[in-house]
Structure formats: structure tokens, C-alpha cells
Design a protein. Structure first.
Length: 287
């Protein structure tokens, strides 16, 4: 469920404590802010509380007034909070190699308004998808990479991310392993997508490996990037049953369909402020 177009988004986290929901919702009511969507979760393991509220503000609303009057209410809660205005658009850089299904899907959803983002640039280690970027009027940077040139290439990428004031990086089937330095710099700000046949079928031609073993399910996982290869905090996953009648090309097609939808949902949840990092896990208010 998406919030109303004129909704502000309030997100917060704090140590678990009695009265956390009350202190926020009471302030909203007394300030005349109408809540049209609310989600909260108290993690009994980490003892952390998370909340997301979409609200329509009172006529006299301002962020300065909100901060001035809300801050004294939460002095005993150690609460970290954020306000996101209506129609806020994250600036998203897409990294891609040769597979175009995820890139195509993100560009389509961006163009049709399903993703409320800006895409200032696309970066690739191959030139193949430049025509697609040009058709959408998006600058395309071809930055080839080898193991020997990886530090220089990643430095170029980071320079571009700074130049374009990028908020989020999406690896839309970018078939390169990021260095630990790169992962650290993009911590919590980069989303990757891969098939969910891992760890059983690593390396080249995973769907062919899966077909040879007679798998009965294919899927995809979208997660934040970290130093654990393909094992960062998971945001979304998708899965579909398959059977003996499907050949490797069929499995690839099914897998790519799941990948694009799974990645879209992960990006959407992130930009709508529905994802909270909680150690190696995520709290996702998907609906």
C-alpha cells in the first residue's frame, strides 16, 4: 500500500520502552496531523523499536515546528527519527553489466510513475546497454574493469556518485564483486539482486546447474550490499515452483521475471522509507 500523494513520512527507531507508540501518536493527534498509515514493530531479540507513519499535516505544519515541539517529548526515549516530505525523490544510480531485464523494468516503472525516483546516470562495465540508456535520455558511463584495474574503476564510480549526489545505488545484475572498500562506502545505500539458487549453484550457468539437479523452485533475493558476498541484509525475496517440463532457458526466463519484480519491490520499499536495518537483519513494513 502506497501512502497518499500529500503524505509526509515519519520514521523512527529507539530502544524498546513502554510508551513509544503513545508518545508519537499522541503528539500527532494533539498537533492536528492525521495518520493515514502506521506500522510498528518491537524486536524482542535486539530490544529495538521501529515505527513508520504516513500522515497528512495540519495547515500550520512546518518541519521546524515539528522538531521544536516533538523533541522535548522524546528526551527519555533515545529516539532517532526522520521526516520525509511528499513526493521526495531519491537520486538513484543503476549499475548493470549485460543482462537488461532488471534495468528495463526499473526504467519502465520510473517512466510510468510506479517508482518515485530520479535516475541521473547508469554505469556499466560493458557498452552493450548504452542505446537503452540513450533512448531514456539518461547519461551512460562505460567503465571497463579487470582485477588489476578494479581500484581505479571503483574510484571512478565513487566520484560519479558524488558528482551526481546519489542517494541509492542499485546493482541491476551488475556482474562484478565489489571490493571491501566499496562495500563499506555503500553500506546501507546499495541494493543487489541475485538468483536464490545460492549457495547450491555458484559460479557460471547456475540455472543449467539447477536444471541438471532437477530443482523444483527458482527465486530471487534483493539485499543490501555488504562484505559478505550475496549475504547482506535481505529486503525482499520471490519464489516460483517449476517442474521437469522446463529446460534451462525456461528456468532462466522464469528466474529473470522473479528477479525484476523482487528488485523493484526492494527499491520501492527503500525509497518509501519502509526498510529499517537491524544489525544483519531488516525490518520491512511492506504493506
Amino acid at each position: 500500500m502506497s501512502s497518499l500523494p500529500d503524505s509526509w513520512i515519519f520514521t523512527a527507531s529507539c530502544p524498546s520502552k513502554l510508551g513509544t507508540v503513545d508518545v508519537v501518536t499522541r503528539f500527532m493527534a494533539e498537533s492536528g496531523h492525521y495518520i493515514n498509515e502506521i506500522h510498528s514493530f518491537d524486536d524482542r531479540v535486539s530490544k529495538q523499536f521501529f515505527i513508520r507513519i504516513a500522515f497528512q499535516p495540519a495547515p500550520n505544519f512546518s518541519t521546524d515546528n515539528f522538531q521544536q515541539y516533538f523533541t522535548p517529548r522524546i528526551t527519555t526515549f533515545d529516539m532517532q527519527w526522520q521526516l520525509t516530505p511528499p513526493q521526495h525523490r531519491e537520486r538513484v544510480a543503476i549499475l548493470v553489466s549485460k543482462f537488461d531485464h532488471c534495468l528495463n523494468d526499473l526504467l519502465f516503472r520510473h517512466r510510468t510513475g510506479q517508482l518515485n525516483i530520479d535516475i541521473p546516470l547508469i554505469i556499466s562495465n560493458h557498452p552493450d546497454l548504452r542505446p537503452l540508456a540513450q533512448w531514456h535520455g539518461i547519461p551512460y558511463y562505460h567503465l571497463p574493469v579487470t582485477n588489476a584495474t578494479r581500484p581505479q574503476q571503483e574510484s571512478q564510480i565513487l566520484d560519479l556518485l558524488e558528482q551526481y549526489s546519489i542517494d541509492l545505488v542499485v546493482l541491476a545484475r551488475y556482474m562484478q564483486v565489489l571490493s571491501p572498500v566499496m562495500c563499506e562506502k555503500l553500506d546501507g545505500k546499495a541494493i543487489n539482486i541475485h538468483h536464490s539458487l545460492l549457495p547450491g549453484f555458484k559460479g557460471a550457468r547456475p540455472y543449467h546447474q539447477a536444471w541438471e539437479k532437477g530443482v523444483k523452485m527458482v527465486g530471487a533475493t534483493a539485499h543490501y550490499v555488504n562484505n559478505d558476498l550475496d549475504e547482506g541484509p535481505i529486503i525482499t525475496q520471490g519464489i516460483q515452483s517449476v517442474d521437469h517440463a522446463l529446460y534451462p532457458d525456461d528456468l532462466i526466463s522464469r528466474g529473470q521475471d522473479i528477479e525484476r519484480v523482487t528488485l523493484f519491490n526492494a527499491v520501492r520499499y527503500h525509497v518509501e522509507k519502509r526498510v529499517f536495518l537491524s544489525g544483519k537483519r531488516t525490518v520491512v513494513f511492506s504493506h
